[in-house]
Structure formats: C-alpha cells, structure tokens
Design a protein around this ligand. Structure first.
Ligand code: DON
Length: 304
C-alpha cells in the first residue's frame, strides 16, 4: 500500500522550496496578476482515497484543460464524426501555431491545440441547445458539483486580445471547417477556457476518463473505447510541443492549461491534479510538471 499522503507532502514541500517557479501567462491580461506562489496538488484514487496539499481548494482558470471536456462532450454528441474535421496526430508545435493549419487545408492536427479546440467549439455550438449553459452544466455534472462557473472577466480579457485565435478561426472558416460565425464560435471558446475550478474539482471531473467513461455517480458519459481515445490524445497531444517530454518524464495521459493547472491520470487507478501558475517556455506549469514526475517516480505508477 502506497503512503500517498507522505509522498504528496514531500512533493509539495519540495515545490514550495523551488527557486525557479516559471512565469505567469500575461498574454491574457486578466491572468497576469495571479500570484505564482500558489501551489496545490490533489489525488483521487478509484478506490476512494483522496489527498490534497497546499492550495488544492482554490479556484483557478482551467484554460486549455477545458478542451478535453469539450472534446468529450462532442464525442458523446456526434461520436466518430468528430474525426472528419480534426485529426489525432501530435503537432510538435506550440498550442497557437497557425502554419500547419494552412499547410494541411484547415484540418487541425488534433483537438487539443487551439485550432482543433475551436472546431470542437463549433461542433458544440451546432449541437447544444443553449451552448454555454449546457456545457457548464455538463462540467458540473461530471464533477458532481454545482459550484463551478465561467469567469466573465477572463473571457472578456481574452476576447479583447485573442488575435491569434481570431486568425485561426478565420483560417478554419476559409477552409469551410467552421459552420457557425467566427464571433459566435470564439465567444463560446473563450467562455469555455475561462471556467474556474479547483484541483479537487478537476480530479473529480476527470474521474470518468480513468474509470472507463463512468463518472463519480457511476453514470456513463462515454463508452470505454471513447475514454481510451481521449486518454490516447492526451498522452500524445496534451502538452503540445512538450508532449514527448511529459510522456518521457511522467508517463501518464494529461492536459495542461496556461492558468497553470495540469490534470493527469492512470486509467483504472487515479486522477492527480496540480496547480502552480508559473509556466515554462512551452506554456506548461513548471512546478506541476516537476511534481508529477516526482509522483510517478516515487510511486512507480505510470502507464509504462
Ligand atoms: O486560447 C488560448 O490561448 C487559451 N484560452 C488557452 C491556451 C492554453 O491554455 C494553452 N495551454 N497550455
């Protein structure tokens, strides 16, 4: 039996003492003022063990982590048709890179880079009756928690400065890979990214991906095969041009966001979430990556 509590506390203390905590994202102005000394870790196992250390109950901007939940909703709605509009290959490029999209005729490499997530947002917009309300309710349902909301200031802040996302959406539109208007799709996308959750809420929300599609209340949200597909995409694409490094160091499917969160999971075993807002050069949480590497090294639990 692993002493998860001792391991998490050790990793937390090491993280607090780290001298280089990375740089907080400032390209979304509303995120720039977050204190980079925040640090939280939360673990939830499928057999009911739960531990948290540090700021694991403080809400933060989930940003790109939302792309996994949006993809999951899109797969639940239209199944394999998703793959007619977005590929499943790692991009090897930053999350907001545009060049590949043009070269590859408007088919994004995968649903976790920005262009791919914008296509998924378009699918949700076409298939949900009240897109923003329905998506938020979906996230709340997965988490078994109604205390989850959009941060309207963050959504507005990104809308005012999201030039590359507007460029991506226009490029998609020019290749006929966007059904709804650029403005409507991006309005939804910026709201989706602005959702605030805590580490423990994120561990709960991602529980279904570690549990063959079944959420905390044992409701099936995806088939076992769909859950497998999403985990595969997280492993190969969840960290953009650092996906190889994350697989190499940590060895788990996971997803990061520029708010400094990372969720990672071992199918059939656990979900672990970290939050530290300082990012490395590739836009992934510096301490979060270190903490997760320590966790899989100390516990010897990874998919490999
Ligand atoms: O579209 C963007 O740039 C942000 N809303 C999300 C980017 C993000 O989180 C990248 N992840 N590390």
């Amino acid at each position: 039996m692993q002493n998860y509590k001792a391991i998490l506390e050790e990793i937390y203390t090491d993280g607090l003492n780290a001298t280089d905590k990375g740089t907080v994202a400032s390209y979304i102005p509303e995120l720039a003022h977050i204190d980079k000394n925040n640090f939280g870790i939360h673990l939830k196992t499928l057999d009911g063990i739960e531990y948290g250390a540090g700021n694991f109950n403080t809400p933060f901007s989930i940003q790109s982590i939302s792309k996994v939940l949006a993809l999951s909703k899109a797969m639940a709605l239209i199944g394999e048709s998703v793959w007619k509009r977005v590929d499943v290959e790692p991009s090897g490029h930053p999350f907001n890179q545009l060049a590949l999209l043009e070269l590859e005729n408007g088919i994004p490499r995968n649903p976790l880079i920005n262009s791919g997530a914008i296509v998924i947002a378009d699918i949700l917009l076409s298939h949900l009756k009240n897109p923003k309300e329905d998506f938020l309710n979906y996230v709340r349902e997965l988490t078994s928690d109604t205390n989850i909301n959009y941060n309207l200031e963050v959504a507005k802040s990104e809308k005012n400065t999201g030039y590359k996302n507007f460029a991506a959406a226009n490029l998609l539109k020019s290749f006929n890979n966007l059904v709804n208007s650029v403005d409507d799709v991006l309005d939804f996308y910026f709201h989706q990214c602005s959702i605030e959750m805590t580490c423990s809420q994120l561990s709960n929300a991602f529980f279904f991906l570690a549990n063959k599609g079944y959420c905390l209340t044992n409701t099936a949200h995806l088939t076992k095969t769909q859950a497998k597909r999403i985990n595969a995409i997280m492993l190969t694409c969840g960290f953009y041009d650092e996906a190889g490094e994350f697989a190499f160091e940590v060895g788990l499917p996971g997803k990061s966001g520029v708010g400094g969160g990372i969720v990672a999971l071992l199918p059939n075993h656990f979900v672990i979430t970290t939050w530290s807002p300082g990012l490395n050069k590739k836009g992934n949480s510096k301490l979060g990556m270190l903490a997760l590497e320590q966790f899989t090294t100390k516990t010897k639990l990874s998919i490999f």
